[in-house]
Design a protein around this ligand. Structure first.
Ligand code: FES
Length: 105
């Protein structure tokens, strides 16, 4: 059953390009800020399971620094090889100064 979980304060992810690793239960999530919005994705590249939180945000994508795959922040779709599978995305809600992510329990 989906549940909203507080994962960060908005100050932890300020400014376009910010990547912030957060944990929800035992799940690792990366928050990414772009165009004034915060996105949440599984913190694991679908190519070889490398943390996307160590990468970079560019033009609305997150780039994995290991081999250069890119994923659309909004959809998780792989938009550049070598990744071909998407990464999971999570709904984000800002409540006051707190960042909440919708996760499955
Ligand atoms: S592990 Fe991310 S591109 Fe290879």
């Amino acid at each position: 059953m989906p549940d909203w979980v507080r994962v960060a304060h908005v100050d932890e992810c300020r400014g376009d390009g910010c990547l912030q690793k957060v944990l929800s239960d035992e799940r690792s999530i990366v928050l990414a800020r772009w165009g004034g919005e915060i996105f949440a994705l599984e913190d694991c590249c679908s190519h070889e399971d490398y943390p996307l939180s160590e990468g970079e945000v560019e033009d609305g994508d997150v780039e994995c620094i290991l081999h250069g795959a890119r994923f659309d922040l909004r959809t998780g779709k792989a938009v550049r090889l070598p990744a071909i599978r998407p990464v999971r995305t999570f709904a984000v809600e800002i409540r006051g100064e707190e960042v909440f992510v919708e996760v499955d329990k």
